[in-house]
Design a protein around this ligand. Sequence first.
Ligand code: B12
Ligand code: SF4
Ligand code: SF4
Length: 373
Amino acid sequence: MNYSQLKQEVIEYSKTIGIDKIGFTTASPFNDLRNRLIRQRELNFQSGFEEKDIEKRTNPSLLMSGAQSIISIAVAYPSKMKNRTISKEGERRGIFSRASWGLDYHIVLRRRLEKLEEFIRDKVPEVRLKSMVDTGELADRAVAERAGIGWSGKNCAIITPEFGSYVYLGEMITSLPFEPDTPLEDQCGTCNKCIEACPTGALVAGGQINAQRCISFLTQTKEAIPEEFRNKIGNRLYGCDSCQTACPVNKGKDFHLHAEVEADPDIAKPLLQPLLSLSNRQFKEKFGHVSGAWRGKNPIQRNAVIALAHFKDQTALDDLIDILKHDPRPVMRETAAWAIGKIDGKNSRAALEEALEKETDEAVIFEINKVLS
Ligand code: B12
Ligand code: SF4
Ligand code: SF4
């Protein structure tokens, strides 16, 4: 088998199935990453969404016997929304981060990886392959970096010279000895714009994140968001793009190459107030196909309450008081009490006192008392 010819054929084929960049690396262990993951864990800088088994994360041979190479793929997504909806007084809108516009990227990339698997199997029937996107054991960025897809930026993202960091990543472990590509040189230089732009100081050093402080992480938690971060969330309903929008390499990068990842403005930037009363079924129907829906409706509704406070939206007060008095979820009541305080605590005293009389949850009582005092 001529693997260098097969590699060329794979590259050519990938272009025909909507893969924007492809790179190859060996299946040897990721030793730097291993040390980094251990360190991040020791510092409690991880989000908890990472695969726990560091050996599996860093040694592809443990995931597939006979692993010889890894093919890394990148699919570009837009940075600007077509037909953008406008957030105005009385009709305030929240925002999903760009990686959650359009169809869930896990589906988008898996489809492409499946086609690529089929193509390779057709040529080498005895081949062994294992593909993954995001939820697999491997660190998609570390694979992409080593496969020459992009360099690892100070904002932690893989930055491609062609599409900036607005690319989704996925990979396929193979049993074929493809020639590895060369990693790209780091092009961040003396720039520090992403670190300066991070609203919460989550980027503690170039290329090092304290995920516990990252707004992207916080918008995905199920608990009440610690008060120090609430004012920084703004109108973000899911994820955060600040360290990417600040990046000079991303300036002017806006690729509309795939219909599936185009934003529906009413979903990617939805009205906040109607969000508050959605049932689980209604939420699934409207948002179920986007990646930002993976934690269900509760975090999104909590973030919508925070966003209404950010806009100081007086027209939302009745809805928020209703949540404070009647919502069965303590996190929603606690966040609503805080939001009422932000919007108009003074004129809402009667409602807050009334809610306090019936409230039994300690955190909610604490929050109401804080607003009242
Ligand atoms: C957990 C997770 C998160 C967590 C933690 C993020 C983090 N930086 O670790 C949270 C929820 C915060 C998050 C947020 C986001 N995420 Co996320 N996330 C993941 C996930 C599942 C695992 C990441 C992980 O293992 N992190 C641990 C750290 C230590 O490793 P890493 O950053 O992945 O890898 C780099 C470092 O280890 C570094 N490194 C290794 N050793 C050393 C040593 C030194 C000295 C230095 C400086 C660096 C260094 O090199 C690696 C390659 O760059 C991956 C999918 C996957 N399976 O890999 C997606 C993934 C990283 N996320 C992605 C995206 C798009 C995002 C967001 C942009 C989404 C958003 N808009 O809100 C933000 C960006 C936040 C940020 N600045 O990183 C993409 C990244 C695409 C890209 N172009 O880089 C991924 C790859 C998903 C995908 N398949 O497309 N995410
Ligand atoms: S995603 Fe937002 S909060 Fe997280 S590191 Fe980037 S700028 Fe900071
Ligand atoms: S903002 Fe500057 S330092 Fe940060 S990732 Fe982009 S180029 Fe690198």
